[in-house]
Design a protein around this ligand. Structure first.
Ligand code: SAM
Length: 212
């Protein structure tokens, strides 16, 4: 993700009613935030938020929380949400390394990871959002019946992720190296910003789903 430093973005995040910038105190309270007991789906590394905002509009009975590290990137999603005012959509500005501080056991029903940063150096493998270290974090707050869904055009990262699912002791529900030509898995697919960009360039999109 190319980063544009947007002056004032940090301050806008702190003041905006849809954004949590100090989310550690929120653990166990997300049902109260939404005012209902609907399932909670999160996207980690949501970027500008096209995917999660589209899903929130399509599924009013599911609550969505998008997580993004950078205010300058999150800004686009927040501006859109200021227009749309979707009741079932919130954002957290944080580094997902600390995600277990923010969600309690069984608080989340689904985790989306889309076009996550590849961290190409081996010594940075544990920073990848599909590493066994991250699966161990997800294990702490994802409901038993919940699942992780991951999409990328990066075959190296995808192969690594398939291995990590196994190493983490999770179960691979399904996977494809060409989502857009897989009639079953592509049904109802909502494209992310990166997915649009890379599939227009001719890159096939990989997808896996995993549970425990
Ligand atoms: N998911 C979007 C998409 O598919 O269009 C954005 C993909 S972009 C390549 C990855 C995004 O994840 C960036 O905006 C980056 O800042 C964010 N990100 C990467 N590591 C993160 C972390 N540890 N915590 C929160 N956000 C992270």
């Amino acid at each position: 993700m190319r980063l544009r430093n947007v002056p004032g973005a940090r301050e806008i995040m702190v003041e905006n009613k849809y954004v949590y910038t100090e989310p550690e105190g929120m653990k166990g309270t997300w049902k109260e935030v939404f005012g209902n007991s609907n399932p909670i789906h999160i996207e980690v590394g949501m970027g500008k938020g096209k995917f999660i905002t589209t899903l929130a509009g399509l599924n009013p009975n599911i609550n969505y929380i998008g997580i993004e590290k950078y205010s300058s990137v999150l800004l686009r999603a927040v501006e859109k949400q200021d227009e749309l005012q979707l009741e079932n959509l919130r954002f957290i500005r944080m580094d997902a390394e600390n995600i277990t501080e923010v969600f309690d056991k069984d608080e989340v029903d689904r985790i989306y990871l889309n076009f996550s940063d590849p961290w190409p150096k081996d010594r940075h493998a544990k920073r990848r959002l599909t590493s066994r270290q991250f699966f161990a974090r997800y294990n702490q707050f994802l409901r038993k019946e919940g699942r992780v869904e991951f999409k990328t055009d990066n075959v190296g990262l995808f192969d690594f992720s398939l291995e990590e699912v196994k190493e983490a002791g999770w179960n691979l529900i399904c996977s494809t190296y060409d989502l857009h030509n897989d009639e079953t898995l592509n049904k109802g697919n909502v494209m992310t910003e990166y997915e649009e960009k890379f599939s227009e360039m001719g890159n096939p999109i990989c997808k896996l789903m995993a549970d425990r």
